[in-house]
Design a binder for this molecule. Structure first.
Ligand SMILES: *[C@@H]1O[C@H](CO)[C@@H](O)[C@H](O)[C@H]1NC(C)=O
Ligand SMILES: *[C@@H]1O[C@H](CO)[C@@H](O)[C@H](O)[C@H]1NC(C)=O
Ligand SMILES: *[C@@H]1O[C@H](CO)[C@@H](O)[C@H](O)[C@H]1NC(C)=O
Ligand SMILES: *[C@@H]1O[C@H](CO)[C@@H](O)[C@H](O)[C@H]1NC(C)=O
Ligand SMILES: *[C@@H]1O[C@H](CO)[C@@H](O)[C@H](O)[C@H]1NC(C)=O
Length: 669
């Protein structure tokens, strides 16, 4: 409507340069008068990270959200059209350009060369700039993503200018609110549909079209690699583009088996969800939340599993660029994965708003731009510069300067930090976490429940732009509906985000587990600690529950075969230092209890510990070799028992009491 009557102009004269996106006004349709004034963001000097500054309401602080890749893809609207074209343009920028996809994604690992003149530090490592296995792991990726996003957004604005008279206003407006998407693998672990096919459809300036899918693979511009150009080598150097879940030798070498990758991911779906929920509910210090190198549940730990699973390391002989930190940055799924890590970090900060950054001095490992030594919240995150106000010495971002996502001009669907006070925001975020990752969340494979793509295209342009319907909002709508006895399908049609009913009141109180009264007020997890230097890296440590000793005892369809109940992935870097993982056991224990008949199996903690004594460990390397536990003397396995008080409000988390620890002696399967 507006489109046919507007001139193809870049400067609207709207008196309200405000994009009212549907954060809390879920039914708001964008009226033409509310479209933002179009103003250009010029690219900052190379290496200066400011994020994206367009589409922000200066008076309220309301910012466009990074959205779920599945929502972006199924909506198939202007943001999708611009995203895929911009990513394709970005990937084609000449590799000699400091802002090329090659150079930006190459900051993370290979090539081991200076980026943008930020030289190797004396005492620095032959590696990328990325800190793995340390507290700055979580903060370093924030400016990294913001840099990627600010460059990609520049290509998005260029792509928008290609649209004809009829649609240019829509596309230029959409470009202002574009932010990079995330992949929420803790909610749906299968590979997003947007990344799995080699070609992809979109609305080009001349109508519906198909293009090479820039989310499927990245073509290396410097193939065949020369090791003199920054250290390229190893079995992945045989490929001219990024691969996922591929054999590295034989006739099928180089064929990405994405069905296999999705099934490996899907098998880990439940534990990924439980691990993420454990970080939110049990890790109350920044240090624990951030990294595997500190005890406690961390986001880095499930993050590692995703890297490994995309390479199918658990299936002997498989590999892939995501599985090797030297190469992982080049796979286009890397940024989707890390945008999700950044989102989880931002949600954790919203809940723990008095603890937005670490306060202790941590040990830092040697990186390309950083020597080993103490690291604080004020240590530089090389190579990312802060915008300088004309000073002579450029200064780098720090964990403190990147503390708030406000600095980089984006938000996430769950975070409204401009209209809510901190305590209210924390409540809102807890509701979202309970719904997405709590014990009641539905983490089943949603493959059979995919939306029909492009349904949105039948709607009006204005409706297409009201893209931001936070998941938390949906669940509230669902809850209202549930309390009125309305079936969820009637409201959401084939919406893939479904929530399982809890109690009639919609609370998160767990129903008492038959045969397991101890679980009503206790929670269990296994913590594994291991010195990385004793392991062949990368490797996976799997936990198997051996069932034989219970099966003859009136088992109810209960298998005597050992079952994998959890795992942890230890990546190739860092090669030294302790690594910790937490594997929540509630889901496993509930399943165990409900598969048995009376007498009760988990009356008290003794019963639980007795059962867990039959846990066995498999340390597996990507070529299928199993490493005996005896060769890893540092390996510890601790049962953590927490007092647990359920709460009735879904804006609260269960309350956990003090932890009692019991050691298990690790043994081979
Ligand atoms: C980085 O190294 C190059 C080559 O040695 C040198 O010319 C340049 O001045 C160095 N840059 C900085 C910021 O030290
Ligand atoms: C990449 O390698 C494959 C397999 O060797 C080959 O078929 C393909 O043509 C190459 N692509 C490019 C762009 O070089
Ligand atoms: C990554 O590169 C470093 C430096 O060349 C090398 O020592 C290491 O083995 C590589 N990692 C893998 C998993 O190939
Ligand atoms: C659990 O408690 C019930 C009731 O006190 C008792 O009958 C049963 O034998 C107990 N089971 C075990 C395994 O201790
Ligand atoms: C498999 O990997 C392990 C650990 O990296 C290595 O020691 C072993 O030699 C490899 N075996 C084969 C058959 O390649």
């Amino acid at each position: 409507m507006r489109l046919s009557s507007s001139p193809p102009s870049y400067s609207t004269t709207s008196s309200r340069p405000t994009l009212v996106w549907a954060a809390l006004v879920s039914s708001s349709w964008l009226l033409p008068a509310l479209l933002p004034a179009v103003h250009a963001q010029s690219l900052p000097a190379p290496g200066v990270v400011v994020g994206v500054t367009t589409g922000i309401d200066a008076s309220t602080g309301q910012r466009p959200a990074r959205i779920n890749i599945n929502d972006l893809y199924y909506e198939a609207g202007p943001h999708w059209d611009l995203y895929v074209q911009a990513l394709d343009m970005f990937q084609r920028v000449d590799m000699s350009d400091v802002n090329s996809f090659y150079q930006i994604t190459g900051i993370h690992g290979l090539p081991f060369l200076p980026w943008n003149g930020v030289n190797q530090t004396s005492g620095g490592a032959r590696s990328g700039y990325c800190p793995h296995g340390q507290t700055t792991f979580i903060s370093w990726h924030r400016p990294y993503l913001a840099l990627f996003e600010q460059i990609l957004a520049g290509h998005v604005r260029k792509a928008a200018k290609q649209y004809p008279y009829e649609t240019i206003a829509t596309y230029t407006a959409a470009a202002q609110t574009f932010r990079i998407p995330f992949w929420d693998w803790a909610q749906d672990a299968t590979l997003p549909d947007a990344v799995i096919s080699s070609t992809i459809s979109y609305n080009s300036p001349s109508g519906p079209a198909t293009m090479r899918n820039p989310l499927f693979t990245y073509q290396f511009p410097n193939f065949p690699f020369k090791s003199s150009q920054g250290g390229f080598g190893g079995s992945l150097a045989q490929f001219n583009q990024t691969k996922r879940c591929t054999l590295v030798s034989g006739a099928a070498a180089g064929v990405s088996d994405l069905d296999l990758a999705s099934s490996v991911l899907d098998d880990d779906g439940a534990q990924l969800q439980d691990k993420v929920f454990a970080v939110f509910t049990q890790s109350t210090t920044f240090e624990a939340m951030a990294t595997t190198s500190n005890a406690g549940a961390s986001f880095e730990e499930p993050h590692n599993i995703i890297h490994d699973d995309i390479a199918c390391f658990s299936v002997a002989g498989h590999s892939g660029h995501m599985g090797d930190l030297n190469w992982s940055g080049f796979d286009p799924i890397f940024m989707l994965h890390h945008a999700n890590i950044d989102r989880l970090y931002a949600m954790w900060q919203a809940i723990n708003y008095n603890d937005p950054v670490f306060t202790s001095t941590q040990h830092g490992l040697a990186l390309f731009g950083t020597a080993a030594g103490p690291v604080t919240a004020d240590s530089p995150l090389r190579p990312f510069y802060v915008a300088s106000s004309g000073g002579v010495d450029p200064s780098f971002h720090t964990s403190r300067s990147v503390e708030s996502i406000i600095s980089f001009g984006y938000t996430y669907p769950e975070i409204d930090d401009w209209s809510l006070a901190p305590a209210d925001l924390a409540n809102t975020v807890r509701v979202a976490i309970n719904n997405l990752y709590g014990p009641q969340a539905n983490s089943e494979s949603l493959a059979s429940n995919k939306k029909i793509r492009g349904v949105a295209s039948a709607k009006t342009t204005a409706d297409k732009l009201s893209w931001k319907l936070p998941q938390v909002r949906r669940s509230w709508r669902w809850r209202q509906a549930a309390s009125k006895g309305i079936a969820v399908d009637k409201i959401h049609g084939n919406d893939k985000h479904k929530f399982t009913p809890t109690t009639a009141a919609g609370s998160l109180l767990p129903t008492p587990v038959h045969n397991a009264p101890i679980l009503d007020n206790n929670d269990y997890s296994i913590e594994i600690g291991v010195d990385r230097s004793q392991l062949p890296l990368p490797c996976t440590i799997e936990l198997h529950l051996v069932g034989a000793d219970q099966s003859s005892n009136g088992g109810n369809g209960y298998s005597s075969k050992p079952a994998k109940i959890g795992s942890t992935s230890i990546l190739s870097m860092p090669q030294t230092g302790m690594s910790y993982s937490t594997t929540p056991l509630r889901r496993v224990l509930v399943r165990e209890a409900t598969r048995h008949r009376a007498p009760a199996v988990f009356n008290d903690s003794e019963d639980v510990l007795f059962r867990l004594r039959s846990l066995a460990v498999v340390i597996r390397t990507p070529n299928g070799t199993v490493v005996p536990v005896a060769s890893v003397p540092s390996l510890t396995m601790t049962v953590q028992q927490r007092g647990f008080t359920p709460v009735s409000g879904d804006d609260q988390f269960p309350r956990y009491g003090p932890v009692t620890q019991y050691s298990l002696i690790p043994r081979d399967l």
